[in-house]
Design a protein around this ligand. Structure first.
Ligand code: ARG
Length: 465
């Protein structure tokens, strides 16, 4: 027999097999959409009322019942049961318990679970985007604060993971802030596309009842109804785009995580993690592990899996709705949940880690990281860059042979490498001089870093507390 609460079944002679019911059931994960479903239903009964399918007395009673249902959902006195196929069936059962079968049974007119779910996933993700925004801003704020705290401290800048040119620690930290700023911009751009309401598209072809979709869109705080009912019910590009942005946030954290793990190693010793944001080993008493960074790095792999899994689900689906689309939810829910876990811990770790300033400063000039400064000094003396590069290369080779630093090469040796290499080249052979010289837009010179801080402070204002 079919369950009396099922939303379908009258044309079936037998009820669903247990194995089908178990496969089909989504309530264990889509229950988190309950309040969005109720909001959608409240908007829908307004449209039904304005089109004349409900009297205002009926509307009032239904709306009161929905608010009662919402509070029961929120206080946990109404929950989904094992027999409920999905969040929509569970909530219809709940509404009927409160409003009675006669009135509660009118609500489903003119909508389908297909347009419902396509709407709910949007309103849900729009809310989650807001929460993510706040969490990402918190991390940007901490990066900017740490940059302000260590203004003027030099460190080795790397390419190919080899010492390349000295940079300010602040400049390096802010290089992790800007990708996050762009992720926030991406979320904002995404929002514009997500703000359309599929309600009214019905199962796929639209509804016949003359319900006003603009009214529903406005009630839900969305900008307008979708333009094509087939597209509205069958597309999940809005979900995929959100998943991409969430994955990119995760990847951006992962890149920084990798550095933090290396920086905390004995060999690097750039940073010390706070006890509250690192873990111990069950067997090695001396260990202090950068688990937050490792989990952030690990979760980026999981995020990529969620994103690519979702894209693979969407690939090759004929129009319009297919049940495959139910598989859009768990990956995107997982993306959201993992970021909500990782971001606060990551931000706390960055806020509390101690920088070993002396060591950073000490290592900044190593690895002939001032060689480019010699070459550019020669260029300023009108030596063609090709020749300047060659002269500097010879100077580096000489230093390697004699285990000297660039500034330690005697005057006569410099002159024999090239007459252009006069002793005043030593003016640029300091870390401070090198950094100060990089005044070009976006460079590591202090004034350029201060400009970045000023720009970022508009996005992530200083926290007062
Ligand atoms: N649980 C379904 C989903 O997530 C809701 C829509 C079901 N529609 C249907 N025709 N069975 O996509």
């Amino acid at each position: 027999m079919n369950d009396a609460n099922s939303l379908w079944g009258s044309r079936f002679e037998s009820g669903p097999a247990d194995s089908l019911a178990a496969l089909s059931r989504s309530v264990q994960f889509d229950w988190r959409l309950a309040r969005y479903d109720i909001a959608g239903t409240r908007a829908h009964i307004k449209a039904l009322t304005s089109a004349g399918y409900l009297t205002s007395a009926e509307h009032e009673k239904l709306d009161r019942s929905l608010l009662e249902l919402l509070s029961r959902v929120e206080n946990g006195s109404f929950t989904a049961k094992l027999q409920d196929e999905d969040v929509h069936s569970a909530l219809e059962r709940g509404l009927i318990e409160i409003a009675g079968p006669e009135l509660g049974g009118k609500v489903r007119a003119g909508r389908s679970r297909n347009d419902q779910i396509a709407t709910l996933i949007r309103t849900y993700l729009l809310d989650e985007a807001g929460r993510l925004h706040v969490e990402v801003i918190d991390l940007i704020e901490v990066l900017v604060s740490r940059a302000e705290e260590h203004l003027g401290v030099a460190m080795p800048g790397r390419t190919h993971f080899q010492h390349a040119q000295p940079v300010l620690l602040s400049h390096h930290l802010l290089a992790h802030a800007w990708p996050l700023v762009r992720d926030l911009e991406r979320l904002r751009d995404w929002r514009v596309r997500a703000m359309f309401s599929p309600y009214g598209a019905g199962a796929l072809a639209g509804n016949t009842l003359g319900l006003d979709p603009s009214l529903v869109a406005a009630e839900l705080g969305l900008s307008a109804p979708t333009q094509n009912s087939i597209d509205a019910t069958s597309s999940r590009d809005v979900v995929a785009e959100f998943a991409f942005i969430a994955t990119l946030v995760s990847i951006n954290l992962s890149r920084f995580a990798e550095e933090i793990i290396i920086w905390a190693s004995r060999e690097f010793d750039y940073i010390k993690l706070s006890d509250s944001y690192s873990t111990g080993s069950s067997i090695m008493p001396q260990k202090k592990n950068p688990d937050i960074a490792e989990l952030a790095r690990g979760k980026a792999g999981r995020a990529i899996g969620n994103l690519t899994g979702l894209l693979a689900t969407l690939k090759g689906l004929p129009l319009a709705y297919n049940r495959d689309l139910q598989e859009d939810k768990e990956p995107v829910f997982d993306l959201v949940d993992q970021l909500h876990l990782v971001l606060p811990a990551f931000t706390g770790m960055v806020a509390t880690m101690q920088f070993n300033r002396n060591r950073l400063e000490l290592l900044a000039p190593e690895g002939f990281s001032l060689a480019t400064d010699v070459a550019e000094w020669l260029v300023k003396k009108k030596v063609p860059f090709r020749e300047a590069h060659e002269i500097t290369g010879k100077l580096v080779a000489y230093c390697e042979q004699h285990t000297l630093d660039l500034h330690e090469v005697p005057d006569n040796e410099m002159a024999s490498i090239s007459p252009h290499l006069t002793p005043d080249v030593r003016d640029v052979l300091t870390v401070g001089g090198s950094i100060k010289a990089r005044q070009g837009a976006g460079g590591t010179a202090l004034p350029r870093v201060l400009e970045q801080i000023q720009a970022l402070r508009k996005i992530a204002p200083k926290k007062t507390a």
